[in-house]
Design a binder for this molecule. Structure first.
Ligand SMILES: C[S@@+](CC[C@H](N)C(=O)[O-])C[C@H]1O[C@@H](n2cnc3c(N)ncnc32)[C@H](O)[C@@H]1O
Length: 269
């Protein structure tokens, strides 16, 4: 990017922050640029300034951009090899015969916390009745989708394929052709609430926190505060699982020890 482009990019970000109520400061510029450039290609704009002019006059494009900026890609049992290790963590935690509190943050459309619940119901060595799951996200619209628990196979998501780590999904999901609805026995294990991991307060006494596939988009200055929030939300010895392509920031490493390093599962020390 040359200097003029950089200036128009900054102006565009200011506009997006002000008019679309989107906190662009949280995200890294490479990520924002990728998303914005994709919308520019779709709308045949060849500069940030002409795309800004389009946004100023077109409310539908404002919605389309916001949609594309909210990073909500997710899936059931995302990275199945990591879920095999998580299975062991859930067995160990529930073997202690006490309440086990799990936080999925951010949970996007709910497929991550529903995967935890189904794994617990499916594995005879996990005592699912001890488990309580809290699932949070910053985006209230996506939380509505999560509460509804209905997913469709489309060009971009093969729901039956995602559910393959389960021997059979029928005990947990009703299927009507391409439409998959999570059953009440799974839903009732989870409470969904809105929470901002950057600005929100820590929670308390969790045994396991999953914070996967948010850090990759976040500006590095916000990563340490997020890990502080997570660490303060965990009991001593509580587990943390991050995304397979993510790493703990150097400043946060003293607070955690690896348990399954390759699968990005750690314990609070
Ligand atoms: C890529 S999804 C990750 C979902 C799931 N953990 C997974 O790995 O599949 C990222 C989610 O982060 C949410 N998000 C973005 N900023 C956030 C913040 N500051 N606090 C909480 N959630 C946030 C987005 O709304 C989106 O649903």
């Amino acid at each position: 990017m040359n200097e003029t482009e950089e200036r128009s990019f900054e102006k565009l970000l200011e506009y997006i922050g002000r008019e679309l109520d989107f906190e662009s400061d949280f995200y890294n510029n490479a990520y924002l640029d990728r998303r914005i450039t994709a919308r520019m290609r779709r709308t045949d704009r060849d500069s940030y300034s002409s795309y800004k002019r389009l946004l100023e006059s077109d409310d539908e494009e404002k919605d389309a951009l916001l949609d594309s900026l909210s990073i909500n890609v997710t899936g059931f049992f995302r990275n199945p090899e990591a879920w095999e290790k998580l299975r062991q963590v859930l067995r160990d935690l529930t073997a202690e015969n006490r309440r086990v509190r799990i936080w999925s943050a951010p949970c996007a459309d709910g497929r991550e916390p529903y995967s935890i619940a189904m794994l617990a119901l499916d594995d005879p060595e996990i005592r699912e009745r001890s488990i309580e799951i809290t699932a949070t996200d910053i985006n209230p619209d996506i939380l509505e989708v999560a509460r509804a628990g209905v997913y469709e196979t489309s060009q971009t998501s093969d729901i039956a394929g995602e559910l393959e780590p389960l021997d059979a999904y029928e005990p947990y999901i009703d299927r009507e052709e391409n439409r998959f609805s999570v059953k009440d026995r799974v839903k009732k294990m989870i409470s969904f609430e809105q929470h901002d991991l950057i600005r929100g307060d820590p929670k308390r006494d969790f045994d396991l926190v999953l914070c996967r596939n948010l850090l990759i988009y976040i500006d590095s200055s916000f990563k340490v505060p997020i890990f502080e929030t997570i660490r303060n939300s965990l009991r001593d010895g509580g587990y943390l699982m991050i995304g397979m392509t993510e790493t703990l920031p150097t400043q946060s490493r003293d607070g955690f020890e690896p348990v399954y390093k390759q699968q990005r599962i750690y314990r609070r020390i």
